[in-house]
Ligand binder design. Structure first.
Ligand SMILES: [Zn+2]
Length: 86
């Protein structure tokens, strides 16, 4: 069975959403980063999503908790679902 998301095709939208915080924290391997950025180059929705997460992470750094809270993450995921519905 073929890999549904080979490296040259980047990650799926769902994977980008799930991996956004790892990407912004620099917690990815080079291969993961390549696949992630490949998808961002092709997908305006995910590019906007990552920019929103980046802004959220920047704000979160003002607070003691550095991780994206589950509440914020689910809010962003909900927003992302709105975009894909269009
Ligand atoms: Zn996408």
């Amino acid at each position: 069975m073929a890999d549904p998301t080979p490296v040259e095709h980047g990650y799926s939208c769902q994977e980008v959403v799930e991996l956004a915080s790892e990407y912004l924290e620099g917690a990815m391997t080079t291969e993961q980063m390549t696949r992630f950025e490949l998808h961002l180059n092709l997908c305006d929705g995910c590019f906007s999503f990552v920019e929103q997460v980046r802004a959220t992470v920047a704000m979160a750094h003002v607070l003691p908790e550095e991780e994206i809270s589950p509440a914020v993450k689910s809010k962003l995921l909900a927003a992302f679902k709105d975009w894909t519905r269009e």
